[in-house]
Design a protein around this ligand. Sequence first.
Ligand code: PEP
Length: 253
Amino acid sequence: MREKIIAGNWKMYMNHVEAVKFINDLQKELKRVETAYEIAVFPPFTSLFAVSQVLDKDLIKLGAQNTFYEKEGAYTGEVSVSMLKAIGCDYVIVGHSERRKYFYEDDAMIALKIKASLEGGITPILCVGETLEEREKGKAKEVVKQQMEEDLRYLSKEDIRRIVIAYEPVWAIGTGKNATPEEAQEMHEFVRETLNCQFGFSEITILYGGSVKPENIGELTRMKDVDGALVGGASIKLDSFLGIIKNVYQGGD
Ligand code: PEP
C-alpha cells in the first residue's frame, strides 16, 4: 500500500544523550503539526534503545540504518533483525549508497538483508540510485532496474507489498544538489513500471532521497509518484526537519 512517509536518516550523528533530547524536542513540536505523513527516525545503533524509551509511537516510528541477514551467530560487529525488532524498530534501511560504497555491500548481500528483514517482521527501505557518471552516460534507468532485479530477487508478489523503495541518486546525496521534481518523477514512474514487470504490482511507497530540504520538499512531494522523502543531513537539525515536515505537499491543489 502507498503510505506517505518522511524518514530521517541520522547517519553517524548524535550520541544517545543528544538523540533523546532531539526526540523530546521534536515530539513537543509535532504535537502542534497536523500531517498525513508518517514520521520516522533512523538513529545510529547506539542511540536506538534510548530513543525507543522516550518515543511516542503515535507521533514517530523508529528505524535502523542497517542490519545483518543471519539470525544470530559469530558475526562480530553485526546486529540482527530480531535485535532491532526487540528494541521496537518498524523499519530498516537496506542498501544505502554509503554502505554500498564504503562497506562494499553488494546486491547479493542486500537481497539477503531484504529477505531477512521481511522474515523478521521489519519493513525494509531499499535504497537504489545511480552515480553521476552513470547518469551522464544515460544509464540511470538501467542501473536502477538492475539493482531492483537483484535486490528483490527472493521476494514474492505478497512480499513486495511490504517493502518501501527509496530512489536516492548518489550524486544528490549530501551534495546540496537535489534531483529536479521532474527527474524524480521520471525515475519513480520507472521504478513502478519495473515493479509491475517483476511482480505485477507497483502500489508501494516510493520515497525520494538526496539533498531534501524545507525549500524543495513541497515541489518534490507534489509529484504523483513521490510518496515522501528519505532525508539525511536536514533530518539532524530540528528546524530543518520540522521545516520539511511542515512544507510537505499535503494534496488538495
Ligand atoms: C541519505 O542519507 O539518505 C540522504 C538522502 O542524505 P542527504 O539528505 O543529506 O542528501
